[in-house]
Design a protein around this ligand. Sequence first.
Ligand SMILES: Cc1cc2nc3c(=O)[nH]c(=O)nc-3n(C[C@H](O)[C@H](O)[C@H](O)COP(=O)(O)OP(=O)(O)OC[C@H]3O[C@@H](n4cnc5c(N)ncnc54)[C@H](O)[C@@H]3O)c2cc1C
Ligand code: SF4
Length: 475
Amino acid sequence: MAGQKMLKFTQIGREMPEKRPPNLRKEDFSEIYAEYALEKAEEQAARCSQCGVPYCQSHCPLHNNIPDWLRLTAEGRLQEAYEVSQATNTFPEICGRICPQDRLCEGNCVIEQSGHGTVTIGSVEKFITDTAFEEGWVKPIRPSMERSESVGIIGAGPGGLAAADMLRRQGVQVTVYDRYDRGGGLLTYGIPGFKLEKDVVMQRMAQLEDGGVQFVLNCDVGEDLSFDAIRGKHDAVLIATGVYKTRDLPNSHAEGIVSAIDYLTASNRKSFGDDVPEFESGELNAEGKRVVVIGGGDTAMDCVRTAIRQGATSVKCLYRRDKANMPGSQREVQNAEEEGVEFVWLSAPDGFEGDAVTGVKVQKMRLGAPDATGRQTPEVIEGADYVEEADLVIKALGFEPEDLPQLWGVEGLEVTRWGTIKAEFTTGKTSLEGVYAAGDIVRGASLVVWAIRDGRDCAEAILEYLGQAETVAAE
Ligand SMILES: Cc1cc2nc3c(=O)[nH]c(=O)nc-3n(C[C@H](O)[C@H](O)[C@H](O)COP(=O)(O)OP(=O)(O)OC[C@H]3O[C@@H](n4cnc5c(N)ncnc54)[C@H](O)[C@@H]3O)c2cc1C
Ligand code: SF4
């Protein structure tokens, strides 16, 4: 009986996989959580109450069938759990690691609301798929029929790759173009290894390549190859280029002031063993420096924790609101605090000192009246300014879309007033015939799981657009 295995939340407490102690994890870029042992995964999955209205599922952007794969895990039917899990999620092992579960599935778990501590959904999801890879249950991409139509995908981030996977499984000829030398987008060059080890991403790249997806890397569309050329070559095109324009601060270009994406990319490249001159020269290396990171989102959290691992002498994070009002995940703040990051709440930059930076001029803030969105607006406390000493300042204030129609010289590609591509909800159709868009370039800076959802939705819409055109038998 399923019921006997489940509903264990009153007897068994919530337990995350073991977290490495801060003094050890500070020494490397490996993930901080260990894998569950099989018994622990089964035990934790058995805490699910199998409630009739699974809010976890409705709050997962992919509507993963969470109660079913938790039940199968609790019953020791791991391969079936994997089959159910992968049916709705192209990269469950990645989402299990880096979704902000506290805001999505786990944040809406019914037993959490009854005070028992949420089911550790993300960790079980990761465990199931990691086990599936180890056991050889992850099937290679082998379409039963080859189709003659081809789709060009611009951007090898999670949005583009999720679409590539679905299209290729249907036998479509898929070419993915990316300006970087490796695929994965922010999974590879943005998110640090202590949240998502690089092998996990490269394993998916290898699966896609092995399945016949063509990658054209080091190809900056708009520079090396025009958008029109790609459109002319393929029956449909998907734009999944993400958002990379860094929000900036006035007069913030002195030596020693760098952008988060440059800093994190250099660090991730080092993890691959690449030569990174800006790292070797010290420009993008925090070792031996007093580091100040400006911003309160997940990118800022990744920067502070990277700086700790690079051997900074001190790492401070300036944020203009307080802890309760920061956009970053509370779990990541806690991890950062454990690793020795100091948060300087209610503090905003008001300029910098030194030709080569020596400090950040800081204004102290208080939270005033709520704005139209109900969020309290930070106000300056007059006369409380001070200078925070720094040798390296990292700007992590968020990202905006580049002006693609202008960059690529494309007429008729409509964008919103925020500069994101205007795309139809659920299909990703843009204003151009046969052109679709997915991920951050449509939503603005968002989440991996939403990019996957968009990529899958676009793939479905593209398949419908291509219709039942001629198919040729696979060899
Ligand atoms: C530091 C950081 C940490 C994050 N942490 C998390 C997290 O923990 N959890 C989470 O869910 N989300 C996180 N995010 C957000 C998440 O990474 C993004 O929402 C997600 O990667 C968006 O996917 P995408 O496919 O739309 O774009 P991207 O991942 O940005 O991929 C876009 C790809 O397009 C390529 N490209 C762009 N322009 C061109 C061009 N002209 N020609 C060719 N190629 C081009 C880029 O090189 C890139 O490879 C984080 C983001 C950052 C910056
Ligand atoms: S994909 Fe993300 S939100 Fe959905 S179940 Fe997995 S961890 Fe939760």
